[in-house]
Design a protein. Structure first.
Length: 293
């Protein structure tokens, strides 16, 4: 994480035992927010609860309001174990805002579990919309300084860009991904529900394609794409990313392994903000900046 000099990092199934959670202290230049899974399956084995950790570089960003953890509601209205984390980050260099969210949806295959994931995704999308609307109202209420021309005033009344990352536990052709893709298209002003603002388009993965998890279970091998990074395509443009590991690089036993101690591969993507004037207009107005996520 530190070697990459990433601006924002999210981790799933992270244990609070490593001291990065709950304290809110800085960790090698990062601020950390942790939401524990409740109840966590780790507890029955005598380990601290795992959950979602969100890091951001505090020399680049400030968070206001403070990052928050959210619990999904089950179909019956009761709290679910799964949830998500949101952080409204404000770029100290440009004055712009970036809404970062990290989630881990319900696991396992099956119609009922897929419907649970759809239900959770809808709650997550609604919260992101609520945060954007609140920030938009706040921006409209704040009058820019007289004679301001630093670019920040151009964002008045415009919702913050969104980065949504996580383990969605479902494939690109699933109903859950289609629901998120439709919401992304609507937010971008489109009417094609098959359009996607994701780093992975909503089509079935084919043999030989990249994958984000590969493990062996009693029922056989499981190799598929279930992790995604969604972004506001009118405000952020992906410029580069790490190549995913190949089967040869991972080895015949799959994940996790001694070299790669997780059953999911790490994603590293670089985004360039086009912001609200359009990418070309922003470049002409005064150069470019990058967010690493």
């Amino acid at each position: 994480m530190v070697g990459l000099a990433a601006e924002a990092v999210q981790c799933k199934e992270r244990s609070e035992a490593d001291g990065l959670a709950q304290s809110g202290d800085f960790f090698k230049g990062y601020s950390c927010f942790f939401r524990a899974k409740k109840p966590s399956p780790a507890l029955k084995f005598g380990f601290p609860a795992d959950g979602i950790a969100l890091f951001y570089r505090h020399s680049r960003f400030s968070a206001s309001p403070a990052p928050s953890g959210h619990c999904f509601a089950s179909m019956d209205g009761q709290p679910a174990a799964q949830g998500f984390v949101t952080a409204l980050l404000h770029d100290k260099q440009s004055g712009r805002s970036l809404l970062v969210a990290a989630t881990h949806l319900k696991a396992k295959a099956g119609v009922d579990n897929e419907q649970t994931r759809v239900h959770q995704a809808c709650q997550l999308l609604q919260e992101l919309e609520n945060v954007q609307e609140r920030q938009q109202v706040l921006q409209l209420q704040q009058q820019p300084p007289a004679g301001s021309s630093n670019g920040a005033s151009s964002s008045r009344g415009v919702p913050p860009a969104v980065l949504l990352c996580g383990d969605f536990n479902t494939t690109p052709d699933s109903e859950t991904v289609q629901v998120i893709a439709a919401a992304a298209a609507a937010a971008a002003g489109g009417d094609d529900s098959s359009s996607s603002s994701s780093s992975s388009s909503p089509v079935p993965a084919q043999e030989g394609d990249e994958f984000t998890t590969w493990k062996f279970r009693s029922t056989g091998a499981v190799k598929r794409t279930i992790d995604y990074i969604w972004y506001s395509e009118q405000q952020l443009a992906p410029t580069s990313r790490w190549l995913m590991l190949s089967e040869l690089e991972i080895g015949p036993e799959g994940l996790p392994s001694k070299q790669y101690p997780s059953d999911h591969m790490s994603w590293v993507d670089k985004f360039q903000p086009g912001w609200y004037l359009g990418l070309r207009a922003w470049q002409k107005a005064g150069g470019t900046q990058t967010f690493d996520a």
